[in-house]
Ligand binder design. Structure first.
Ligand code: BEZ
Length: 263
């Protein structure tokens, strides 16, 4: 097959998830999500929905704590991996959850909400499936997340005459913006914080780009992608490569706990 460009349309291409690559390059997602479990403090037997559960690594830890956990994710491949861990997980769109009203005591979401670029329908669904008094605990990329990475991608594509705006796949709100979104959906915000969390990568930035930046990389023909990735890597090396030779991505987190009114 010759060169191909997967998307010349108006929006980002759908991200495809390869479970083996995800496990190799993104194992830190579940590990660094553990503070959410403390914030969640799920009771034994509580019905918990893991929204955007990915390959189920963190979901499994919630289950191990005694909660009755269900997961949803849009990726059939990651859902298959999560099911292989024995989890009750379904392929579903967070904006159209396949559950009756008031089904869950809590909804948990780690590193998934920033992929859901229209927050209103998602938050509406979270509110709908929660029982009165139910809790929504989450962590996502906040304003400024991966700014250096996005800047390097933007420059490398601009040098090729390509504008990234049509491929931009993420939603990184400010604290005030997300608080307002939660409140507009009927939640009371108990805690919300935004903080920088430089995130050690298992190797250099090329694995991260291959795992998470498909929407941008697919803007160039396949034959040019290695060169594009190399240019991005070179541009980021001075800022993201640490003195010990390890690479750290410039993550900024938004972490919150909110609840639905009790009546
Ligand atoms: C994040 O967890 O912040 C993130 C992961 C992949 C792409 C963009 C952001």
């Amino acid at each position: 097959m010759g060169d191909s460009v997967d998307s010349l349309g108006d929006g980002p291409v759908a991200q495809h998830w390869n479970p083996e690559r995800y496990q190799r390059e993104a194992g830190f997602v579940a590990e660094l999500g553990r503070p959410l479990l403390t914030l969640l403090a799920a009771q034994t037997g509580a019905r918990v929905l893991d929204l955007g559960c990915g390959d189920g690594r963190l979901t499994l830890e919630v289950a191990a704590g005694g909660a009755q956990v269900t997961g949803v994710d849009l990726s059939p491949d990651l859902v298959a991996t999560a099911r292989g861990r024995g989890l009750d997980v379904q392929v579903a769109d967070a904006a159209a959850l396949p559950y009756p009203d008031a089904s869950f005591d809590a909804v948990l979401s780690n590193a998934a909400l920033h992929w859901m670029t229209a927050p209103e329908p998602v938050l509406g669904e979270v509110a709908r499936v929660l029982k009165p008094g139910g809790r929504f605990v989450g962590e996502m990329g906040g304003a400024g997340n991966v700014a250096a990475i996005v800047g390097a991608i933007t420059n490398a594509l601009a040098q090729r005459g390509i504008e990234v705006t049509r491929a931009y796949p993420w939603y990184f709100p400010t604290l005030a913006q997300y608080r307002a979104q939660l409140e507009a959906a009927g939640f009371t915000v108990d805690t919300i914080e935004r903080f920088a969390r430089p995130t050690d990568l298992p190797a250099d930035i090329t694995g991260w780009l291959a795992t998470f930046a498909e929407s941008f990389l697919s803007l160039v023909p396949a034959s040019q992608r290695d060169q594009l990735v190399g240019d991005i890597r070179d541009a980021l090396e001075p800022s993201l490569k640490q003195a010990d030779g390890r690479w750290a991505a410039d993550y900024v987190r938004l972490r919150f706990s909110a609840h639905k009114a009790a009546t």
